[in-house]
Write a protein that binds this ligand. Structure first.
Ligand code: ADP
Ligand code: ADP
Length: 218
C-alpha cells in the first residue's frame, strides 16, 4: 500500500506538488496520470525516499520508505534517472543490483525471463533499444520480489506488443496481491493498463476514480 497524505513539495518559490493525497491499494493497478511537469516524478521520488516532502507524509506499507532497511525488496522502482550503465551487460547490471541488495543470484535469470530478455542477457545495455531498456528497468524493479511496484512511464518507448506485455505483467502482479502504480502522460495508455486512476495537474489532485467510472456513460 502507498499512502500519500497532504504532500506538498516546493523548489524555492515554486510549488511542484500541492497538498496531494491518494492511496494506491494492494491488488490494484493504480495509474498516475497527468501532463509533463504535473509533478508525477517528484511524487514518485518522494514515495521511494529520494526526495523529502516540504510538508505532508508518504507511507509505504504503513512506514516512511526512507527508513526501510531493504528498499529493493520492499518496493521495486523504475525511475527515469536509474538507467543501467551502457557498458554493462543486462546480466551484470542485475547481478550487481542483486549483490548490493542481498537478493539470490537465481532471481536474475527469473526476472530476465519474465522481461523477455533471456536472449539478450549478455548484450551490452548500450546496444539496447529504448524498449529493451524499459524491459531491463522493469526486470530490475521486480528483482527483489517486492510487495509494492512503482514504475515511472514504463510504457515509454515500447511498441504495441510491449504495451500489452506490460499490461499483462502488471495485472498479474496486482492479482498476486501486490500494490502496483505506474505513471503516464497518456490517458490511452493508463486506461488500458490501470484499474484505479489518480489524475494530477500542476501538482494538484484533479480526480481519483476508476477507469470503469470514467468510460461508462450514463
Ligand atoms: P512529471 O513527472 O509529471 O513530468 P516532474 O515531477 O518531473 O513532473 O516535474 C514537476 C515540476 O517540478 C516541473 O516543473 C519541473 O521542472 C520541476 N522540478 C522537478 N525537479 C526539480 C528540481 N530538482 N528543482 C527544481 N524544479 C524541479
Ligand atoms: P548507485 O546510485 O550507486 O548506482 P544503486 O543503484 O544501488 O546505487 O541505487 C541507490 C539507491 O537506489 C539504493 O538505495 C537502492 O536501493 C535504490 N535503487 C536502485 N535501483 C532501484 C530499483 N530498481 N528499485 C528500487 N530501488 C532502487
Amino acid at each position: 500500500m502507498i499512502e500519500v497524505r497532504e504532500v506538498t513539495k516546493r523548489y524555492g518559490a515554486k510549488t511542484v506538488v500541492d497538498r496531494l493525497s491518494f492511496t494506491a491499494k494492494p491488488g490494484q493497478v493504480t495509474g498516475f496520470l497527468g501532463p509533463n511537469g504535473a509533478g508525477k516524478s517528484t511524487t514518485m521520488r518522494m514515495i521511494v525516499g529520494l526526495d523529502a516532502p516540504s510538508s505532508g507524509d508518504v507511507l509505504v506499507n504503513g512506514k516512511p520508505y526512507a527508513s526501510s532497511k531493504a528498499p529493493l525488496r520492499e518496493i521495486g522502482v523504475l525511475l527515469e534517472a536509474k538507467a543501467a550503465h551502457p557498458g554493462r551487460t543486462a546480466v551484470s547490471h542485475l547481478l550487481s543490483l542483486a549483490r548490493t541488495h542481498g537478493i539470490p543470484r537465481s532471481r536474475v535469470d527469473e526476472v530476465l525471463d519474465l522481461a523477455g530478455l533471456s536472449a539478450v542477457a549478455h548484450k551490452r545495455v548500450g546496444a539496447f533499444s529504448l524498449g529493451m531498456g524499459q524491459r531491463l528497468g522493469i526486470a530490475a524493479a521486480l528483482l527483489g520480489d517486492p510487495a509494492v511496484v512503482m514504475l515511472d512511464e514504463p510504457v515509454n518507448g515500447l511498441d504495441p506488443e510491449g504495451v500489452l506485455w506490460v499490461r499483462k505483467l502488471l495485472t498479474g502482479l496486482a492479482a498476486e496481491g501486490r500494490t502496483v502504480m505506474l505513471s503516464s502522460h497518456l490517458m490511452s495508455e493508463v486506461s488500458l493498463i490501470a484499474d484505479h486512476l489518480v489524475i494530477v495537474g500542476r501538482g494538484r489532485l484533479l480526480a481519483d476514480t476508476t477507469v470503469a467510472d470514467l468510460v461508462t456513460a450514463e
